[in-house]
Design a protein around this ligand. Structure first.
Ligand SMILES: [Ca+2]
Ligand SMILES: [Ca+2]
Length: 156
């Protein structure tokens, strides 16, 4: 009973990880392409507790929720001698983040003299340092037409 199950590298959020080949000296029912079921897991540390995540194919698409975590795949199959095997891969490297563009909601307030305008809420899938109250620097701009050239608004 010899087996190998490795994760192919490619450890970035928004990328795909593929389970490595399964080998078993007892033979496998599917020949070189073993008929196995896969469960993907994440852990906060390389050899920490495994938590199942969605993804029950031989590959998984990595999402923001997995950033900073380590991924392992657990494969279950029956070898050609009828023994059910459960294999756990070695951990991937820690999943690295890929930047997601942030967004800012529309300005609120009444666009009239002596009124106040307020910048909209900022959202960023990567998380923000201030959580719900993002620590941001704001620069207001003004234009003569809606889609014209905007210049910095200098408050007198
Ligand atoms: Ca991201
Ligand atoms: Ca971002």
């Amino acid at each position: 009973m010899m087996w190998v199950l490795l994760l192919n590298l490619g450890n970035y959020s928004g990328q795909t990880l593929t389970a490595g080949a399964i080998t078993d000296a007892d033979g496998t029912t599917g020949g070189s392409s073993v008929a196995a079921t896969y469960q993907w897991t994440v852990s906060d540390t390389e050899n920490g507790t495994l938590y199942a995540i969605s993804g029950q194919s031989f590959y998984i698409y990595i999402k923001q929720a997995e950033v900073g975590k380590f991924i392992k795949v657990v494969a279950t199959y029956t070898d050609a001698q009828g023994t059910q095997e459960m294999l756990t891969s070695v951990a991937s490297a820690a999943v690295t983040n890929v930047n997601d563009a942030g967004a800012i909601a529309a300005i609120t307030g009444t666009a009239a003299e002596d009124q106040t305008l307020t910048a909209g809420t900022i959202t960023d899938a990567d998380g923000t340092t201030g959580d719900s109250s993002v620590a941001a620097t704001y620069q207001w701009m003004v234009s003569d037409t809606e889609n014209g050239t905007y210049t910095l608004l200098v408050v007198q």
